[in-house]
Design a protein around this ligand. Structure first.
Ligand code: ADP
Length: 500
């Protein structure tokens, strides 16, 4: 079976969050399972060189923005075949995939990701200019949402279409005048098409026109069918419930494993977690300018700073937490008000709080290894990878019970501790007081080193490797191919509703 996997970011070539980690790891597991695949993403500045890519086709000039060239290269390290959409006018610039270096959205994101969706569709058509054609097109998030719409509009034979929602909040909304500019039919600009409150939604295009929809955890698949989490699309999703399922994301343990992590000050595993983490903690405290107190509980945050992540709850909680002798290290960027709040906290309490504004892959690894407790108070969380990585590093997560956080972290209740299943701390309501109580529970257990060590061992033993999830995707792809034998893990639609 041949798979084209389209994403706007793929680790290690371009990353702003979990989507890149998924796009850089799931295809490896699918390839291991026997799929013949191509990854597809834009040729952002510098990417073609890193991937050692060369031209294989001219896709033409659908939008009057210059010819778009298809380059073929390899993903660094694992050598998966990679296709790049090269259009210098749209992609060859400094800055991030979606925003400039000041954090402002690129004004031409409509055309940039219109082109990505168009190219994914073009390469999936029977008359594609490239000989290799997919049996399945797997598109991810709004940036690739137009691909299913194009294929439906063009009408000829096409591959099975899978669309994965990594975050419902980002909907790719643009003015309707784009419809003819993108070469799409006006008939699709309707309530049952990609129209959304008088705008064109790239996300909705994916939701409406793909054959199967997935999201990245079973709980989130249920949540997004409700008004609280559906961001207005809950009705569309409820209509498609029979084709919607949740497949939990995995972790790439080749990259996120404290035993072989090249960013650390010495590796460790379950057998030597105490000395291993102590050495990494001391080095981290030194690196961040925090006092090197071995038994001060070190809370860590590695996060985009947006409303979603709930980090605005943290400053209010910190005085009480600091009073208990804890330290806090934050790595994050995003909303200026949140960056400022943490910088102010670090200035006011330099012996307890360190703030690193920005994006730093290597520091993220060192925080996972040197921290004791990871904080993730997300208001909603489609899956969340940071808490999954934290567990492997013996850093126990404190999480709001939502989405993938609810599906991956087992709360340290009395029973769960006794049964050896507890892996972290959960709280029900996204309020400062509930969050504070959960942190205090974590600190309380941290003060009992033997119990803490048992929880760490439970957490480190969890296996969120990609192979199980890849088997679920494989079964889903097969279900779209009449010529493929069924097999693997059956796809379970998320038709059951949430309890009130
Ligand atoms: P999301 O995709 O919503 O941002 P996830 O938890 O799924 O959240 O994935 C976040 C990924 O981005 C993880 O790999 C995490 O280590 C990384 N990350 C987030 N913020 C930063 C940062 N400021 N610096 C380095 N890595 C970060």
């Amino acid at each position: 079976m041949k798979l084209l996997f389209a994403s706007s970011e793929i680790f290690p070539l371009a990353k702003t969050g979990g989507l890149a980690d998924v796009a850089g790891a799931l295809p490896i597991a699918l390839h291991r399972a026997g799929l013949d695949l191509r990854l597809l993403m834009p040729a952002y500045r510098g990417v073609a060189r890193q991937a050692e890519a060369r031209k294989i086709a001219n896709l033409g000039d659908p939008f009057g923005l210059g010819d778009t060239i298809l380059l073929e290269g390899r993903l660094p390290d694992n050598h998966l075949p990679l296709w790049l959409i090269d259009n210098p006018r749209l992609f060859d610039r400094d800055g991030g995939p979606y925003q400039d270096s000041q954090g402002v959205d690129w004004p031409d994101n409509d055309m940039r990701f219109g082109l990505l969706g168009w190219a994914a569709a073009r390469l999936s058509q029977a008359n594609s200019p490239v000989a290799w054609k997919p049996d399945i097109l797997h598109a991810n998030d709004w940036q690739t949402g137009l691909a299913p719409a194009y294929l439906k509009a063009w009408g000829d034979s096409r591959p099975g279409l899978v669309f994965t929602i990594h975050n419902m909040a980002y909907q790719g909304l643009f003015p309707p005048a784009l419809v003819p500019r993108l070469g799409l039919p006006w008939s699709f600009y309707a309530m049952e098409g990609f129209e959304y409150w008088s705008q064109l939604s790239y996300l909705k295009a994916g939701l409406v026109y793909a054959d199967k929809l997935t999201t990245v955890s079973p709980t989130y698949a249920r949540e997004i069918q409700t008004p609280a989490y559906g961001f207005g699309m809950q009705g569309v999703l409820a209509d498609r419930a029979a084709d919607l399922g949740g497949i939990l994301n995995g972790a790439d343990y080749a990259i996120w494993d404290p035993a072989r992590d090249r960013h650390l000050h010495g590796g460790y595993g379950i057998g030597d977690v105490r000395p291993g983490k102590a050495a990494n903690k001391a080095a981290l405290q030194r690196e961040l300018g925090l006092p090197q107190i071995p038994d001060a509980p070190l809370l860590v945050v590695i996060s985009r700073l947006s409303d979603q992540k709930g980090m605005d709850l943290l400053p209010a909680v910190m005085p009480a937490v600091i009073a208990q002798g804890a330290q806090l290290a934050v790595l994050g960027s995003g909303q200026a008000s949140q960056e400022q709040a943490f910088l102010a906290l670090a200035e006011a309490c330099p012996d307890h709080v360190a703030m690193h504004v920005g994006y730093a892959e290597d520091l993220a690894h060192r925080l996972q290894a040197g921290g004791d407790i990871l904080l993730m108070p997300s208001r909603y969380e489609p899956c969340g990878l940071t808490q999954i990585y934290a567990m492997r590093y013996g850093t126990l997560p404190v999480v709001h019970m939502t989405g993938g956080l609810a599906d991956t972290v087992v709360d340290a209740t009395y029973d769960a501790i006794l049964q050896g299943t507890a892996t972290g701390f959960r709280f029900d309501q996204p309020t400062a007081s509930a969050f504070q109580w959960a942190i205090e529970r974590a600190i309380g257990l941290y003060r009992h080193p033997d119990q803490w060590a048992r929880l760490q061992a439970n957490a480190m033993r969890q296996d969120f490797g990609w192979d199980h999830s890849a088997a679920e995707y494989l079964a889903l792809y097969r279900s779209l191919r009449s010529d493929e034998p069924p097999g693997g893990v059956p796809f379970r639609p998320q038709t059951e509703t949430l309890p009130p």
